[in-house]
Design a protein around this ligand. Structure first.
Ligand code: ATR
Length: 281
């Protein structure tokens, strides 16, 4: 989709950026809603980030999604930012406002929660205990979203325990840290298990985890979506547990940006899931 000179312009910034599926996510909606818009990949090296953001308005770009490694650095360069991005000191969505100032937001947690809501509509947890594997940027967004959603306790387990402890210090209260060796035990009593590590992703090591301690009503979510059905999700399904795959988080986190730039709150559909999975990168 090349667009016209009047096309509304948006995109995604990262370094590297070739493998981002965000263009497929947004181009599907542009087509579906018949919007004269473009959504491009912008490769931006770390030292070029301030210049790129400064020049966005002059370039006629309404806003961008932000991915690795720019989420924290971009946050520091915003004129204003929503509460959740301030809590995380990281943005994934930027809007150029009418007056030319930049507003940052972080929609990863929204995408995570919406994915669970749409992917498991019958799952009605009491929101007692959730266990989260990992302590990177994705884990931070997930933990903050669970706190905002009213969960009593979020247990975090990460290979590098110091990182989990820092996450708990930064985002506490209500966060406990379980050692990586005891991650199986950390599943006891949990109504939700989320894998935010890269383990299980195509090309990465497998996630070694015994699900025996998870209660029968627990939901298992993997934010890895390549493959769509990870070994973790297969093992959970084999145990009869409810599962939600990770693709929906990518799709739902994109909704607020699309609405801000292109003016429509878009719907995530099965057709879009298929399109994004099969898109040539
Ligand atoms: P993101 O910001 O996307 O969450 P990240 O910061 O690179 O990405 O985090 C990747 C997560 O996967 C981390 O929790 C990482 O654990 P460490 O903090 O110990 O690095 C986890 N991870 C990656 N490879 C792993 C491995 N082989 N075993 C255990 N955990 C691993």
């Amino acid at each position: 989709m090349s667009g016209t000179k009047d096309s509304i312009k948006a995109g995604v910034i990262g370094w590297p950026i070739e493998h981002s599926r965000s263009p497929a996510v947004h181009r599907f909606w542009l087509q579906a809603y018949g919007i004269d818009g473009r959504y491009d990949r912008f490769p931006v090296q770390p030292d070029a980030l301030p210049r790129f953001l400064k020049d966005m308005q002059a370039a006629g770009i309404k806003g961008v999604n932000v991915t690795v490694p720019h989420k924290e650095a971009a946050f520091q360069l915003m004129d204003s930012a929503d509460e959740i991005s301030r809590r995380l000191s990281a943005v994934n969505t930027i809007e150029v406002l009418e007056d030319g100032t930049l507003r940052g937001s972080n929609t990863d947690g929204f995408g995570f929660l919406e994915n669970l809501r749409h992917g498991a509509p019958d799952w009605q947890p009491e929101k007692t205990i959730a266990t989260v594997l990992g302590a990177g940027g994705a884990a931070r967004a997930v933990v903050a979203a669970l706190q905002a959603d009213g969960w009593n306790e979020v247990r975090v387990s990460n290979r590098t325990e110091e990182r989990a402890l820092k996450l708990a210090r930064d985002l506490g209260p209500g966060i406990s840290v379980a050692s990586w060796e005891k991650r199986g035990i950390a599943l006891q009593g949990a109504e939700l298990l989320v894998n935010t590590t890269t383990l299980g992703m195509t090309g990465s090591d497998p996630l070694d985890l015994d699900l025996a301690a998870l209660p029968d009503q627990a939901l298992v979510n993997d934010i890895v979506y390549v493959p769509l059905k990870t070994a973790l999700l297969s093992a959970a399904a084999a145990r009869g547990l409810a599962i939600v795959d990770g693709l929906g988080m990518l799709l739902h986190q994109a909704r607020p940006g699309f609405k801000a730039w292109f003016g429509i709150d878009p719907e995530v559909t099965e057709a879009q899931r298929k399109y994004v999975l099969e898109a040539d990168l």
